[in-house]
Design a protein around this ligand. Structure first.
Ligand SMILES: O=P(O)(O)OP(=O)(O)OP(=O)(O)OC[C@H]1O[C@@H](n2cnc3c(O)ncnc32)[C@H](O)[C@@H]1O
Ligand SMILES: [Mg+2]
Length: 200
């Protein structure tokens, strides 16, 4: 069975990558399941691209194998693009999803529905030893709800209503989210690259 290492410690992301790659008979292995030690990569970049590259290249160099990384986040128009690159730590260093959502909802409490437009972005970086790092991007357009709804998914899913839906991503089934998400749209663009990425 082929295997691709995903440089993430986010359980929700890891679960989604596993589902996507299982369809192609590829095992997506996250850093949460590595038997070997892997260094923590500081996300010091100012863009999704820089942070995705830091994660993919850092782990690829360390393990000397191809590595895929995902830097993602929520871009809200009424907040001038925040939380953006700082999505994971919007309400503080402890990466608390509930606190992050509460902060967004508070900041948008006087913003009417038609001005609550937002999008998720997923920036994938593909680092292969001895080659230039490649990038693929996917988006998911939508709006920010007035309150949390639903328990599926992870992160900001309970407050994100994708375009064309009246439910949040956390109210959709995982397979429904996985048909329209920013991550799905980015992965669709990997196409022929998957062969170069897998090893074992
Ligand atoms: O860096 P890794 O280890 O991959 O894990 P992370 O959680 O720190 O991930 P990011 O740096 O890419 O930050 C992305 C944040 O954006 C949010 N996010 C990304 N994709 C999401 C999705 O599909 N649904 C909901 N929230 C998402 C989520 O809260 C993440 O904490
Ligand atoms: Mg991170």
């Amino acid at each position: 069975m082929k295997e691709i290492v995903i440089a993430t410690k986010n359980k929700g992301k890891a679960r989604e990558f596993k589902t996507f790659f299982a369809k192609g008979n590829i095992v997506a292995k996250s850093l949460l399941e590595m038997e070997r030690f892997t260094p923590d990569i500081e996300e010091t970049g100012k863009t999704f691209e820089e942070n995705a590259a830091l994660k993919a290249e850092g782990i690829s160099r360390y393990l000397d194998i191809p590595v895929l990384a995902d830097d993602s986040g929520l871009i809200i128009d009424a907040l001038d693009g925040r939380p953006g690159v700082y999505s994971a730590r919007y309400a503080g260093e402890d990466k608390d999803d509930k606190a992050n959502m509460a902060k967004v909802l508070e900041e948008l409490k006087n913003t009417p529905m038609d001005k609550r437009t937002a999008r998720f972005i997923c920036m994938l970086a593909i680092a292969i030893p001895g080659k230039e790092t490649l990038f693929r991007t996917g988006y998911c357009e939508g709006r920010i709800a007035f309150e949390e709804m639903g328990v599926n998914g992870f992160g900001y899913d309970p407050i994100f209503i994708p375009e064309g839906y009246s439910k949040t991503l956390a109210e959709l089934l995982p397979e429904e989210k996985n048909q329209i998400s920013h991550r799905k749209n980015a992965i669709d663009q990997l196409e022929g690259l998957l062969g170069d990425l897998s090893h074992v």
